[in-house]
Design a protein around this ligand. Structure first.
Ligand code: HEM
Length: 388
């Protein structure tokens, strides 16, 4: 589908076949980013990987993610710290600000369709983006300063085994040969927080909502956990995930029905490209409608039902090779946080359902959603744990 919105041509991709054409066959030409006006707040677009055009800066950031932050050996080495973090309370203020930023960025903005209107900021969206980005950057700044102070205080006795991702990044910024300085690290941490929190927590919330709505699926997932873990009488560990195919299927099914980054991040054509006889013009914005793809009854029988079983024994995964299921995208702009998100989702969901059954206050659940840059549950899930 092609839409002309003001001066912007937008192409909406919404089928497995066309995804393959755009993000596999012509991936290089469609790897640009269409940057919304609100992302100019506090120069965010100049630093963020998600808004950078493909080039040296983008490559340097992807390398840091791939080789230093989320490489399998790095994730394995930090699994105890991740467990500790999961136990601590996350800051609700921070999450609320992230949602406000996303909701604001998801609103249609005349300034994007008619750039001549930009100085007027017609809906006040840039003003709000500056406010929320500024507050979030200040929180990150404080977090980094505190950590720098702690490091100075403990540097001599600090064992490398207790280092977490933050230490790794600060080590990098203090290395003279490094291509990233403290300002770069500040934006990188900001991006880690905003790209990783809302997406992961909203997927978890949907998974819980679907399981509570489908008690027989909840029991099935719990039985599998009991089978694998209780035999050995211990807590649930990351290393168990590979032996839990039903839990994995629950996560896939949740991401099919509720893809948090519903349109991917907007891509941009860097040249004119011919796709199936049509010309996609240079600078066109490309949106990929993951929500519609998840509802396609030609691909998914009983598409509206929550049926994790559909993923058992079929080998479909969301690692970017199966174009019908791409909640993390595919190709060179694919989500670099996938290895972390994948572990966190299974670890958190498994921990929540292993020891507890969950009931809804009042018995009825609202399953409607609301849209910002991400798709969130309209009303937050309010569930009561019941010990099993
Ligand atoms: C359930 C969890 C998550 C989902 C579903 C998700 C999904 C996505 C999607 C769809 C994109 C855009 C891909 C495209 O435009 O083609 C993306 C980009 C990105 N994600 Fe994630 N993500 C998740 C978690 C995370 C985490 C945990 C991090 C880091 C801590 C992260 C960091 C990023 C970054 C930096 C980008 C921009 C990549 C680029 O433009 O080159 N994401 N993610």
């Amino acid at each position: 589908m092609s839409l002309k919105l003001g001066t912007t041509t937008t192409i909406v991709v919404s089928s497995r076949e066309i995804v393959k054409e755009f993000f596999s066959k012509h991936d290089v030409s469609f790897s640009g980013r269409s940057v919304p006006y609100v992302a100019t707040a506090h120069d965010h677009y100049k630093h963020a990987m998600g808004w950078s055009q493909v080039g040296d800066h983008w490559r340097m950031l992807r390398k840091i993610y791939k080789e230093h932050l989320f490489a399998a050996r790095q994730l394995d080495a930090s699994h105890l710290l991740r467990k500790k973090k999961y136990d601590s309370q996350s800051s609700q203020d921070f999450m609320d600000l992230v949602w406000l930023l996303f909701e604001n960025a998801g609103r249609p903005n005349l300034a994007d369709f008619f750039p001549v209107l930009r100085p007027l900021d017609p809906h006040g969206l840039l003003r709000k983006a500056k406010l929320y980005t500024g507050k979030l950057l200040a929180i990150v700044e404080e977090y980094i300063s505190k950590r720098l102070q702690e490091r100075t205080a403990t540097s001599s006795s600090d064992a490398s085994s207790s280092k977490d991702l933050m230490d790794l990044l600060l080590d990098m910024s203090q290395n003279e040969k490094s291509s990233i300085n403290l300002v770069g690290i500040r934006y990188l941490v900001f991006d880690l927080f905003i790209a990783g929190t809302e997406t992961t927590s909203s997927t978890l919330e949907w998974a819980m909502a679907e399981l509570i709505n489908n008690p027989e699926k909840m029991s099935k997932a719990r039985s599998e956990l009991e089978e694998v873990i209780r035999k050995e009488d211990r807590t649930f560990e990351e290393s168990d995930i590979a032996r839990l195919p039903y839990l994995q299927a629950v996560v896939k099914e949740t991401l099919r029905l509720h893809p948090p980054v519903t349109f991917l991040l907007p891509h941009k054509a860097t040249t004119n490209v011919e796709v199936q006889g049509y010309i996609v013009p240079k600078d066109a914005q490309i949106l990929c409608n993951l929500w519609a793809m998840g509802q396609d009854s030609n691909v998914w029988p009983n598409a509206q039902r929550f049926e994790p079983e559909r993923f058992l024994d079929v080998g479909i995964d969301y690692k970017g090779h199966d174009f019908e299921l791409i909640p993390f995208g595919t190709g060179r702009r694919m989500c670099p946080g996938l290895p972390l998100a994948d572990r966190m989702l299974h670890l958190m969901l498994g921990s929540l359902i292993y020891k507890f059954d969950w009931k809804i206050k009042g018995g009825m659940m609202d399953m409607s959603d609301k849209f910002g840059m991400t798709l969130q549950k309209n009303l937050p899930l309010m569930a009561i744990p019941v010990k099993v």
